[in-house]
Design a binder for this molecule. Structure first.
Ligand code: GLC
Length: 791
């Protein structure tokens, strides 16, 4: 066992501060005005797959006193105690954010390293990626080891994704901590003790970053500056996605796609799960069931559907199978240390596994992906890439390239899925020349947001998973993964109508909206649950498509600062303690201003917590006071939704797919009662904007008596010719635009049509979904500044 020991010398050099003790050497680097890195500058440092940006060294001031040094940066201080060496991270007004446990500090033991931090009074812990448990993870311990967690429950750990980054909160201040080590790690947030939290890497070296806030959004911005951000996905991937294990033969895929169109259910994506392949062999087509892939893809595109195909990493060992033979010829498969190829079991029997941590292997894989794009495929689904093998225990001694730094399965395991999605993204990007690919993965690691969206694996059709799903998505969002979702309706088991209804309602507001279900389970398309549910599904799909201008703007924001579209209330209301309790911990906002409260399938009266501020019931404009709980009566087709006073939400007419043109009128909803700002982003939704000019970017500002849209930045010709401004809560009777009075009109308004045709004698139309006589005004929408004053 090695302990930190006493500080014997401090050396300042161009790349940071060297702290030498009688047992170890640590380096401290000020990466930015908010972020500091503490690590062992050792040669056994593996390639960091998480870090995207090479570190910049920021200036700092160093002061020495008798017992310690103080390193002072713009927004933090690091107090370096000499005897023994201990580190304390503080705000520069002296509030402790994270400090080494006085007795334990950091300890190296059994090939791993553990850093103990004093548990601060009332300290809370959030994020850590795809983790079960509460929103506040205090009192829990988690392990990071990507796992095929089939049949997981609301307390299973680990799941598919590893992300050794969390946001802590103590003394009403926030900080971030990222362990830059992708080997198996353990995070203890005060589990089974009241003394410390710790993080532990089971292999490799100590290398971590501390990030000062003040807000969780600032921390996420810093963290994603380090680990990278998603690029804009294609707009079609934000539409509704329908999956099943599996639709086959191809005629069945066409039947499902046509049914969406016939039943006027907006949708954009349909998946090919493993049955499209011949004997489940990757990069093949089933000779009978998908005999003419080009024709199927063409037919789907004609129906405005984008096919997304599954790709599993295992390559079947079979003489004559081109991918296997080519893989052998190119030496792409993982081996034992004695040179024998590793064989593991998967759907198709024994297979070899490409070493995605080898750049040559990524290029090899990318060529096959590129070939698939030539058939017209723009979406790829990477599954089983924990990697999952039957029996679950891929031997730890297997060798991996690790981008030239060489390691074993112990080192490479957690980044395997991430590097598979990287290779897939690279191949798809090359093949699609200028068009944006969509890549979805099950397993990934911190920084994987650069390559793919993530879904939360094989969940189950029940209320526990419906609620857990919301927390997994927002927990991932807090951890740098903005584009996530759950299998709507649940993957295993059979959803009933009431569960499906509440799930589609919730999923409408999740970044990835994808229905999926297991082989041999009951049908789970929107029309499989009866007429009433079909109509409810249609309403929510309509709302999703109407909200796409808002959702797309949020995705754009994420590319700029890492903020996820679906946000846990910790982002804005972390100091309101009620948000941490059940059921409020499930609530989230879509952007800043739209509050979504997930509810279970049979809930008739929901308990919601509205944070500080005033909130408008999204469907009927009743105003509720924030800062307290409310009981809300619900119809079976609604979940509680609120828009915040000061809110700005752009919407469009309902379209059946993102390929269909909207009616040319952007509907911007504004909510009276507080000032608000919004960034509205538009582009063509499919091309990579190489020049960074082919967009229409506008800042929107709301004050008590004025709504202003700044002049457009960018050269894109907006899809809109008119602006219809919906005025919620405004009592003004007139408005002025360009010096002229504009009429304020009114109409009976519904975000979602009432359920009408399933039972004409029932008590619908439901007034909870109707805003009677909503006021609006209409003006031309031009790229110039638009100012509307209310009088
Ligand atoms: C895995 C995936 C699931 C998929 C199935 C068959 O269980 O998680 O989504 O349908 O494999 O490919």
């Amino acid at each position: 066992m090695i302990k930190l020991g006493n500080l014997t010398s401090v050396m300042e050099s161009a790349d940071g501060l060297d702290l030498l003790t009688d047992s170890v050497l640590l380096k401290v680097q000020c990466i930015s005005s908010k972020t500091i890195r503490i690590f062992e500058p050792k040669s056994q440092q593996k390639a960091s797959y998480a870090i995207n940006e090479t570190a910049h060294i920021n200036s700092y001031e160093l002061i020495e006193t008798s017992g310690h040094f103080e390193l002072i940066s713009t927004s933090y201080k690091l107090i370096i105690q000499k005897m023994p060496l201990r580190l304390r991270f503080e705000t520069n007004d002296g509030i402790v954010l994270s400090e080494d446990d006085a007795g334990l500090g950091t300890i190296w033991d059994s090939g791993g390293v553990t850093c103990y931090k004093t548990l601060q009074s009332g300290e809370r812990f959030f994020g850590l990626g795809e983790k079960t448990g509460g929103l506040d993870k205090a009192g829990k311990q988690y392990r990071n080891w990507n796992t095929d967690a089939y049949g997981y429950t609301p307390s299973t750990d680990p799941l598919y994704v590893s992300c050794p980054f969390y946001i802590g909160m103590c003394h009403n201040r926030f900080y971030g901590l990222f362990l830059n080590n992708h080997s198996e790690s353990v995070f203890n947030f005060g589990a089974a003790n009241n003394r410390f939290s710790f993080f532990q890497a089971n292999d490799g070296i100590l290398d971590y970053f501390l990030i000062a806030g003040p807000t969780p959004a600032n921390i996420l911005e810093e963290y994603t500056a380090l680990t990278g951000r998603m690029t804009l996905p294609p707009l079609w991937s934000l539409g509704f996605q329908q999956c099943r294990y599996s639709y086959f033969p191809s005629a069945d895929v066409i039947r499902v796609a046509k049914t969406f169109r016939e039943k006027k259910l907006p949708a954009d994506v349909i998946y090919f799960d493993i049955h499209y392949m011949q004997d489940y062999k990757v990069f093949t087509w089933h000779k009978e069931h998908f005999s003419d892939p080009i024709e199927i893809i063409r037919m789907l595109k004609e129906l405005d559907f984008h096919p997304v195909v599954i790709l599993d990493p295992g390559v079947k060992i079979e003489e004559g199978y081109h991918v296997y033979e080519d893989g052998i010829a190119n030496d792409v498969f993982v081996k034992y240390p004695d040179g024998e190829l590793y064989s593991g079991g998967a759907w198709l029997g024994w297979c070899h596994f490409p070493d995605f941590t080898n750049p040559n292997v990524r290029t090899w894989w990318a060529k096959y992906v590129e070939h698939f794009t030539s058939l017209g495929i723009e979406g790829f689904w990477n599954d089983m890439n924990e990697p999952a093998v039957w029996g679950h225990h891929m031997p730890s001694i297997l060798l991996f390239d690790q981008d030239g730094t060489s390691g074993t399965h112990r080192d490479a395991h957690n980044v395997y899925g991430m590097q598979m999605s990287r290779a897939t993204m690279e191949g798809a990007t090359a093949g699609l020349v200028g068009l944006r690919p969509f890549v979805l993965t099950r397993a990934t690691f911190s920084g994987g947001q650069r390559y793919s969206a993530v879904w939360t694996g094989d969940n189950h059709s029940n209320d526990d998973h419906l609620m857990l799903g919301a927390k997994l998505v927002t927990g991932m969002g807090l951890s740098g993964f903005p584009f996530t979702g759950n299998d709507l309706g649940g993957f295993t088991g059979d959803a009933g109508a009431s569960l499906y209804r509440r799930w589609i309602a919730q999923a409408t507001f999740q970044p990835l909206m994808r229905g999926h279900s297991m082989i041999n389970s009951k049908e789970a398309e929107p029309w499989s649950f009866g007429e009433e549910t079909l109509e409810i599904a249609r309403n929510y799909l309509g709302l999703r498509y109407a909200l796409l201008p808002h959702i797309y703007s949020l995705f754009y924001e994420s590319t700029q600062n890492g903020m996820p579209p679906a946000r846990t209330l910790v982002f804005e209301y972390g100091t309101e303690w009620k948000i941490f309790s059940n059921p409020f911990e499930h609530q989230f906002t879509l952007g800043q201003h739209l509050l979504v409260c997930p509810v279970e399938s049979e809930t008739k009266i929901a308990k919601v917590y509205l944070p500080q501020g005033n909130w408008y019931h999204f469907l009927n404009d009743t105003i509720y006071e924030g800062g307290r709980e409310h009981l809300i009566e619900l119809q079976n087709d609604t979940i509680p939704l609120y828009a915040k006073a000061g809110g700005i939400i752009p919407m469009q007419s309902i379209v059946q797919s993102t390929n269909e043109l909207n009616d040319g009128t952007v509907r911007i909803h504004i909510y009276f009662g507080a000032p608000g700002n919004y960034t509205f982003y538009e582009d063509d939704g499919i091309h990579i904007d190489q020049t960074n000019e082919n967009h229409a970017l506008r800042k929107l500002h709301l004050s008590t008596n004025q709504f202003k849209i700044d002049r457009q930045v960018g050269k894109y010709n907006s899809a809109y010719k008119n602006l219809r401004l919906y005025l919620h809560g405004f009592e003004h009777t007139a408005a002025i635009f360009n010096g002229n009075a504009v009429n304020i009109c009114s109409e009976n308004f519904r975000f979602m049509p009432a359920i009408s045709n399933f039972d004409p004698y029932e008590a619908y139309p439901d007034t909870s979904k109707m805003i009677e006589r909503l006021h609006y005004l209409e003006v031309p929408y031009s790229p110039n500044e638009i100012i509307i004053a209310f009088i």
